[in-house]
Design a protein around this ligand. Structure first.
Ligand code: ZN
Length: 281
């Protein structure tokens, strides 16, 4: 399948070794998706509008990869073997469930929301493998080949994994009930990106008046951990933006601040691009 993601590249003459990706903004479901969970409940797990908010990334020299299908079908920010044993029928071979699966939000979600199961029946391993091969793998192949090609050409590459967060966590989140800052930057506690990269991004947000917290409650998920390799000059960061800044969280619609916030993200992406242009070989 080739239509499971959207990939936008900058003009060749402006190309920087900078890649943004939005794995959770997709809203499509394949026809084999069967769930009695309400559409609004499915939407709460998605990073609605995040692909559009960062739309200007190619204009500043970066690449932008966005998923078209919902993370409630298969989560691209999970390892392909992070499979919840409670979703499986038959033998539990080749699975490696993490704390995400334990909280009901592994590769295939068991819970849409606290106490709201996604599915009435269990899956065979081959049903799960189909989701991996048709949706998870193509996205990661595109991301990896883009990062690899840029790394080869520029001897370094900078990746930003873009997400959104509810303004207050629920019981499936490790900060249940807490009000969140405007922005949470995750670099896996300094392990997935160089310190200057997170500094530049933090300063860009702070300069525009946004509150920023590092690595709490989000350190970065599978994408950041999988693609960050600082010793080889591969830097991977996660940006979580607070949904209250740009959308009505109950109605799932843009709020009156949407356009202004999108413009701020353009300013911020420009500053990130300047950093990469200066830092890259
Ligand atoms: Zn997300």
């Amino acid at each position: 399948m080739t239509d499971t993601f959207v990939f936008a590249a900058p003009e060749a003459s402006h190309t920087l070794p900078l890649v943004f990706d939005s794995p959770h903004s997709g809203q499509l479901f394949p026809s084999d998706f069967v769930s009695r969970v309400q559409p609004e409940q499915l939407l709460t797990g998605c990073d609605l509008f995040v692909d559009d908010l960062w739309e200007s990334v190619p204009a500043v020299g970066g690449h932008l990869l966005s998923a078209r299908y919902s993370r409630m079908y298969v989560d691209l920010n999970r390892a392909p073997d992070d499979i919840d044993p409670l979703l499986l029928e038959g033998p539990l071979e080749g699975i490696n469930p993490t704390a995400y699966s334990e909280r009901g939000m592994g590769l295939i979600r068991r819970l849409a929301l606290p106490d709201v199961p996604m599915y009435d029946s269990r899956f065979s391993l081959s049903q799960i493998h189909t989701r991996i091969h048709e949706y998870h793998k193509p996205y990661h192949q595109q991301l990896k080949s883009t990062l690899d090609a840029l790394h080869e050409r520029f001897s370094g590459v900078w990746h930003i994994d873009c997400h959104s967060m509810k303004s207050r966590g629920n019981r499936m989140n490790i900060d249940s009930g807490a009000l969140r800052p405007d922005v949470v930057l995750g670099d896996n506690d300094g392990h997935s990106a160089g310190a200057d990269f997170i500094d530049v991004i933090e300063q860009a947000f702070v300069r525009l008046g946004y509150s920023v917290v590092r690595n709490s409650p989000y350190k970065g998920g599978y994408l950041v951990r999988n693609y960050g390799d600082v010793t080889n000059n591969r830097h991977s960061m996660q940006i979580e933006i607070n949904r209250a800044l740009y959308m009505n969280e109950q109605k799932f619609s843009p709020n009156e601040n949407y356009a202004a916030f999108k413009k701020d993200l353009f300013t911020i992406s420009q500053q990130i691009a300047d950093f990469v242009a200066h830092t890259a070989a």
